[in-house]
Design a protein around this ligand. Structure first.
Ligand code: CAA
Length: 389
């Protein structure tokens, strides 16, 4: 069986950003709470004419431009932020990317987890036909009620990756551990733009689920905790990764502690600290940050610990491929983050409220995005997407 894994990884985020200090000031909270307590300094905010589809297309375009469209027969679109009850966001994405007719496009949902399900489904398709290259896109906008403790844990972004044989970035190892338990820690009924969350129980549900998934990973032949070099956790806020990693190390009586544990996760947080929560994309922003950091990780074992409230977790590992740095998109990614326009609190609040439309069946959006595609609005209940150039 040839090696299967991630061959390319690219991301996109909102046109705007807000510093969490501005939100702290309005809420009358010590800004140190967000910076140190949550580990977040700013978050991305979408322009009026951006949504999960425009983000996904902006993330995936550099991948198809580099690798070509040949052999891509499947788009797996993972999201919590669905835009339609029936039609897959993957179908809009398929057109924007200019892919041919002979492609299957579907959407997958399980809160922040479904990107990892997509990775596994992609690997299975590639195992069946090594000529296939599967495009996985994770794209989300995290929205909570304004003025609640969850407000500083919003954010938005999309990460796209290509799953192939003989991958250039990370070769997946065969073992993976899964865990499902029906809990009500975070959910979003169909009529709501914002998630309902029980913050404290979501943190313990996350830790229990990841520990359960790790136990299953081990039982299925996965590496011991101390044989894993780096850990990419789902990061609803980056301190969550530190909490989860320490708890896991303690539960498993790891020989590592303190700074040695921090060193295994520090490089995974660089992007999420600035983007905020991007639900399905978050763990792949962690992977991108790790692979684009200074340290050479060739041949090292990296874990992906994926969690989606509700709840499902999966723990899997892979090995970093020699030459992976030649595929790095670090400069483009840094440029993208640096180019975001800083909003003040008032402008941010206005944008957040703009998702509530008087007539959701017919409206136009303002031209704001700096990305390659825009969501022009809705006409007779049909969403309209177009290139910006
Ligand atoms: N300086 C430094 N740190 C401070 C501080 C200060 N002045 N004041 C408080 N802190 C620390 C607290 O000690 C705490 O840290 P520890 O947990 O390490 O003790 C941290 O800041 C957070 O403070 P609180 O415990 O008071 O928490 P909060 O009421 O502000 O809520 C939250 C935090 C629960 C994460 C909330 O933001 C929330 O509900 N967010 C959405 C849910 C979420 O992200 N859950 C994560 C797990 S679920 C998941 O992963 C799926 C998903 O994507 C949603």
């Amino acid at each position: 069986m040839p090696a299967i894994g991630i061959d390319d990884l690219s991301f996109a985020t909102g046109t705007y950003r807000i510093e969490l200090a501005a939100i702290a000031e309005r809420l009358g909270v010590d800004p140190a709470k967000f910076e140190h307590g949550l580990g977040q300094v700013e978050m991305s905010v979408l322009a009026e004419d951006e949504d999960i589809v425009t983000l996904a297309a902006a993330a995936a375009l550099p991948i198809v431009e580099r690798a070509g469209r040949e052999g891509i027969r499947t788009i797996l679109f993972a999201t919590e932020t669905g835009i339609d009850q029936s039609k897959s966001a993957g179908v809009y994405l398929h057109r924007l990317l200019g892919l041919g007719d002979h492609v299957r496009a579907v959407e997958l949902k399980q809160a922040c987890y479904s990107g990892t399900a997509a990775l596994q489904f992609a690997a299975a398709l590639v195992a069946r036909d090594p000529a296939e290259r599967v495009l996985v896109v994770t794209s989300d906008v995290a929205r909570y009620e304004l003025g609640t403790p969850a407000e500083p844990t919003q954010g938005a972004g999309a990460a796209a990756f290509l799953v192939t044989v003989e991958p250039a970035l990370v070769e997946l190892e065969p073992a993976s551990g899964v865990f499902t338990r029906d809990v009500m820690d975070f959910w979003r009924p169909n009529h709501r733009h914002t998630a309902i969350v029980d913050g404290k129980s979501s943190i313990s549900a996350y830790i229990d689920a990841v520990a359960g998934a790790f136990e299953d990973y081990r039982a299925r032949g996965g590496a011991a905790f101390d044989e894993i070099d780096r850990f990419c956790y789902h990061q609803p806020f980056t301190r969550m990764a530190a909490k989860a990693h320490r708890q896991l190390a303690e539960r498993l009586s790891s020989s590592r502690d303190g700074a040695a544990l921090d060193a295994q996760i520090d490089d995974t947080m660089g992007y999420n600290r600035r983007i905020g929560n991007s639900y399905t994309a978050s763990v792949y922003f962690a992977l991108a940050a790790l692979l684009e950091a200074e340290e050479d990780l060739t041949g090292r074992r990296v874990a992906i610990a994926s969690y989606g409230s509700g709840s499902v977790a999966e723990f899997l590992s892979g090995v970093v491929v020699p030459g992976y740095r030649e595929r790095s998109r670090v400069e483009a990614h840094e440029r993208l983050l640096a180019a975001r326009t800083l909003l003040d609190d008032e402008a941010y609040l206005a944008l957040q409220r703009s998702v509530q439309r008087d007539d959701p069946s017919n409206y136009e959006t303002q031209r704001q995005t700096s990305g390659p595609f825009r969501f022009a609005g809705v006409r007779d209940d049909k969403r309209i997407y177009e290139p910006t150039a």
